[in-house]
Write a protein that binds this ligand. Sequence first.
Ligand SMILES: *Cc1c(COP(=O)(O)O)cnc(C)c1O
Length: 311
Amino acid sequence: MQDIDNLVNLLSLRLPSPIQKLPVDWRPESNLSIYVKRDDLIHPIISGNKWRKLQGHLTRSPQLSKQAHPKHIVSFGGGYSNHLHSLGYCCQKLGIQLHAIVRGNYQLTPTPMLQDIQNWGANIHYVTKLEYQKRHDNDYLEQLGKTYPEALIIPEGGSDKHALEGIANIIEELDPEANNPFDYILCPVASGGTLAGLNQAIYDWKLNAKLVGIAVLKGEGYLEELVEKLQFPDVPKATILHDYHCGGYAKAPDYLKDFCSQFNAQYDIPVEPVYSGKLFYALKQLIESGYFPAQSRILLLHTGGLQGARL
Ligand SMILES: *Cc1c(COP(=O)(O)O)cnc(C)c1O
């Protein structure tokens, strides 16, 4: 099995990621203590939570018990996928051939992300929306398995049960056996893997922290379902708040952009409007509305994604 320390060295990852206090002055009478787990600092290209999930895949896959890493990986995404971008970089560094199945017709106008992964040696297969819809079908996956024998097939966004084991490392880095210092843990939610992994780990470690997911897209009902499918049956449902997607995935109205630039100017924690901007924006709104009881200790997971800010 691929040794995790070896992967961390090969990819020059900063782990464990640091925790930093965020000295906000929103509703000072509440006396809240806010901390940020800086998974964005794990690596400048490998987006924080994408590394966590990928770690679950690279170290737990049964194929990997036989060989150091897979020779091929097949995965899926759109033209702006942070997952494919992170994966493309990792594959180049680890000498793995990536086959990226990309939804849409970007041959003539590849996005900056797609250009990067192409430069890193990925084979990109552009497929129609209709073919892309089959990405979870057993028949389709079986066919892919025949086309790319011995390839590791990783689902869209990297989110599945293997990914959860990688995400659990975030909670383990908080030293949960020794202390349980947080009343709340907040993270952004898109495909649900991060939230499901945190929820599972909080349950496994019997922490009292309340987990709150901030939906970055319009998905009330749908996101809850995704997370529930990923979790093990006994784990209680995680809370997802749907008031902070600011109009939908990758939508950035002026009030959100203004918030991000103000935040970036005031604190030494960079945010972008797709994920972390919405997370911190939600934090501010929640604090100002009195959501958190006085004296609460709150941890935000900064999941990275800053390479996407160039768009
Ligand atoms: C993909 C991504 C997310 C969403 O995580 P999910 O596990 O898909 O919910 C959050 N933040 C960043 C920076 C991402 O790239």
